[in-house]
Design a protein around this ligand. Structure first.
Ligand code: GEK
Length: 272
């Protein structure tokens, strides 16, 4: 399989512009992944999360490098399936299955359309359910791309442990999150300001930015990088590190002990 960006598009439908918070709303309801969000989600996440497209592309490359024939892969909080398709387009080994899980029926319905539209061959199981209840087994790769931040804080460690336990030796977890900086007020303020400017640069008005921020209060709750690192360590991962950061947006790589020292990805006819 050649490396290229030619498969970057991940939606069956062209992106629809996010205008959900463009008009005044009073009171602003808590953010929910409902039908309106599902409709505009690709546009919303690209204009709101710095580096999102690059993280998706690199999830594909991690899959190419680490997923081995026969592995199961999980995309927990799959939304419209961008990470699922990135993995799918990069897995060439036989016998792999990708399990895409989301607890929003509206998001999963659009994910189903995107998976049906995509041409690559690895089977995808679509699961309408809670990431916390998903049985994880025989996993070569588990992706939580901006999902953990929506799960109650006190239950996050349990999920990270379940992911670790469900990975095969040498299997990997990619965890992307918006971070908080409790020990560095200056950094928190500067990175937050820069992120607001990033959203303005992408065409969001101050009203949209402020209403979206209100809607996410107590819905999206961030951890610090140190807290996430501690979760990986307590769960038993052999190593973990941050491979990406852009303002407050971060992505971690964590690997379970064992497996081949230097995997080169699924080589046709190679070991399982
Ligand atoms: C992407 N990963 O495009 N169980 C299952 N799904 C959940 C849960 C839960 N407990 N809580 C929230 N979700 C995607 C982007 S978006 C991130 C992920 C964002 C789902 C929720 O329905 C939504 O689809 C997703 O997690 C979070 O790579 O919008 O900032």
């Amino acid at each position: 399989m050649e490396l290229s960006h030619s498969h970057r598009r991940t939606s069956a439908e062209p992106d629809e512009t996010d205008r959900i918070y463009a008009e005044p709303i009073d009171p602003v309801p808590p953010f929910a992944f409902d039908r309106r969000v599902a409709q505009v989600f690709p546009d919303m996440i690209k204009r709101s999360v710095p580096g999102y497209g690059d993280i998706i592309d690199m999830i594909g490359l991690f899959a190419r490098h680490y997923v081995r024939p026969g592995n199961r892969c999980y995309d927990l909080g799959a939304s419209l399936g961008a990470a699922t398709l990135a993995m799918r387009r990069n897995i060439s080994g036989d016998g792999c299955v990708i399990c895409a899980v989301d607890n929003s029926a509206d998001m999963l319905e659009r994910c189903r359309q995107n998976v049906e539209w995509d041409q690559s061959h690895t089977p995808v199981e679509l699961v309408l359910g809670d990431a916390e209840d998903t049985e994880i087994t025989g996993a070569g790769m588990v992706v939580l791309n901006f999902t953990l931040q929506f799960i109650p804080v006190e239950r996050r460690q349990r999920l990270i442990r379940r992911i670790h336990d469900g990975l095969v030796p040498g299997g990997i977890c990619i965890l992307s999150e918006k971070l908080s900086y409790p020990e560095n007020g200056d950094q928190q303020r500067i990175m937050t300001d820069m992120h607001l400017d990033f959203k303005r640069l992408n065409g969001y008005s101050d009203l949209e930015i402020s209403q979206k921020r209100q809607s996410l209060e107590n819905v999206l709750v961030s951890n610090s990088a140190a807290e996430l690192g501690q979760m990986f360590t307590s769960a038993g991962f052999a190593n973990h590190f941050e491979w990406f950061r852009y303002f407050t947006f971060s992505s971690f790589f964590a690997r379970k002990a064992g497996g081949p020292e230097d995997p080169v990805g699924p080589v046709p006819g190679g070991e399982s």
